[in-house]
Each structure stands twice: as structure tokens, then as C-alpha cells.
Write a protein that binds this ligand. Structure first.
Ligand code: ZN
Length: 140
């Protein structure tokens, strides 16, 4: 069995941001040379997510509005977590809802997606350097 590991790095301009990382994951898969196996993609930070959904800008605004209703950033004093001196209590909750990772089957050297599926990085406490891990295992 072959195994391949790669990290992606993001420093978003905004506190909350969604980035389609499908092409970077495809590049990693090509680099790996793996044709049959599994591809794991996970956020390496507890205030960011990796998830699969549609590449549609209305939806990105919908996530942002929905998440802000569930866990508003302000007032930051509403979160016990922020008693540590941080202001990202909401970002931890948003990450929990949007998930830590995705696993995609690799078939014939391609990510074996369903219709419209794309991989996204969801940032909830950005404007600093954060990493995403790609791990691919299988046979070439
Ligand atoms: Zn925190």
C-alpha cells in the first residue's frame, strides 16, 4: 500500500471565508500516483472546517447567515470560552457544525464524487496562517 501526505496553507483576508479546494486536492492526488484508495482531507485547526457541498455563491452566503444565527460572533462576552481571553468562541461552534474532515473514495485515479460535490475549506477565525492535511492511501 502506498501512502501520501501533503499540507495546504491558508491565510484568509476575512474572519469567515469559504474556499473551494477541490483543484488542490486533485493536484495532491495526481502527485500521489494513487489510483485506488481513500483520500482524507481535514482542517488542522479547531476553528476551521473541511466539508463537501455545491460550488454555488448563494449557498456560501446562506451558510454564513445560518451560522451567524446559530452562533453570533458578537457579543463575544456571551461565550464562556472567551473568558480565556480569546474572542473565537463562536468559531469553535461553527466548526463543530460544519465538520472537521471529509473522506473521498479514489477510483481510477480520480476523486469519486457524486453529482455537484466539491471540497471546501471553511474558515471561522481567519486572518492567520492555518493548515489543512491531505492524506491519501491506496494502490497505484
Ligand atoms: Zn478558542
Amino acid at each position: 500500500m502506498k501512502s501520501f501526505r501533503k499540507e495546504l496553507v491558508f491565510t484568509t483576508k476575512n474572519r469567515v471565508e469559504f474556499i473551494n479546494i477541490t483543484s488542490q486536492v486533485n493536484e495532491a492526488l495526481a502527485e500521489s500516483g494513487i489510483k485506488e484508495g481513500l483520500c482524507l482531507v481535514n482542517a488542522m485547526h479547531i476553528t476551521a472546517s473541511v466539508f463537501i457541498n455545491d460550488h454555488e455563491s448563494g449557498l456560501w452566503n446562506d451558510y454564513q447567515n445560518w451560522l451567524e444565527k446559530l452562533a453570533p460572533h458578537e457579543p463575544v462576552s456571551q461565550y464562556l470560552h472567551n473568558r480565556t481571553g480569546e474572542d473565537n468562541g463562536d468559531a469553535h461552534l461553527k466548526r463543530q457544525i460544519m465538520g472537521r474532515e471529509v473522506t473521498v473514495a479514489v477510483t481510477g485515479g480520480q476523486l469519486d464524487f457524486g453529482p455537484w460535490e466539491q471540497i471546501f475549506y471553511g474558515e471561522f477565525d481567519g486572518r492567520r496562517r492555518k493548515r489543512v492535511l491531505i492524506k491519501i492511501i491506496g494502490e497505484s
